[in-house]
Design a protein around this ligand. Structure first.
Ligand code: SF4
Length: 224
């Protein structure tokens, strides 16, 4: 059974569609999609006291992240708008550095290796309001399990029991994922998710790719 009514689902789709269309006309508006898009997940997390996630804990920022193209483009514009040119260039250099590390990795190798997100600074997400749904929905009921996973990245899956997660949060994340895929499929936009570092580097290195996104074309040729 869906955790929300069909009316609420439709309302979220209409809202997402409207913000997406605005961003297609003026790409910097992509930054206005994320905060509302991830809010249901943030609300679900706030309601559950046993969740161990705290500001300054960043074990999960060493994990492989995937994001929709609109999320990667929103991060790009967030960096452009909220940081100086020098800081932006520093982010770009860090993204490139991490991109070079993962470039030759398979998906499985990346899953089994700690790769620090280049957007993490002082144990905080530099793009927190527009972080991807996959980051916003990641949570844990045990910081010990996260530490263990971070210290043993080569052990993936449920081999050590995995990260204890809460059904309601996963469900809230899944609904938002479905909202995005539903709308993006209907508008014939790219509804795939891509590895974040790779996608961000491609956009930072060649911002003209944003025109492809505005035109509804596939932005990234190599899924990841
Ligand atoms: S985008 Fe932000 S929350 Fe997600 S992995 Fe990077 S630093 Fe962490």
């Amino acid at each position: 059974m869906s955790p929300i009514t069909s009316e609420e689902f439709n309302r979220r789709c209409i809202n997402f569609f409207s913000l997406l269309q605005s961003a297609k006309k003026s790409a910097p508006l992509a930054t206005s999609i994320g905060p509302g898009f991830i809010r249901p997940v943030e609300s679900a997390i706030k309601k559950i006291p046993i969740i161990d996630c705290r500001a300054g804990c960043s074990y999960c920022c060493n994990l492989r992240v995937v994001a929709f193209p609109f999320e990667i483009i929103a991060i790009y514009f967030y960096l452009v708008e909220n940081f100086s040119k020098r800081e932006f260039e520093e982010f770009k250099a860090r993204v490139h550095q991490q991109y070079q590390i993962i470039q030759g990795m398979t998906t499985e190798e990346h899953f089994a290796t700690n790769i620090r997100c280049p957007l993490l600074a002082d144990k905080k997400c530099s793009v927190y309001p527009v972080r991807p749904l996959s980051c916003a929905g990641y949570h844990s009921a045990s910081v010990d399990a996260c530490r263990d996973s971070d210290e043993n990245p080569e052990i993936t899956g449920m081999d050590r029991g995995g990260i204890p997660m809460i059904h309601e949060v996963k469900e809230a994340q899944s609904v938002q994922n479905t909202v995005a895929v539903e709308v993006l499929s209907k508008t014939r936009d790219d509804a795939n998710q891509y590895e974040l570092i790779r996608g961000l580097w491609k956009i930072m290195n060649n911002p003209k790719l944003i025109q492809r996104w505005k035109a509804g074309r596939v932005v990234f040729t190599d899924p990841g």
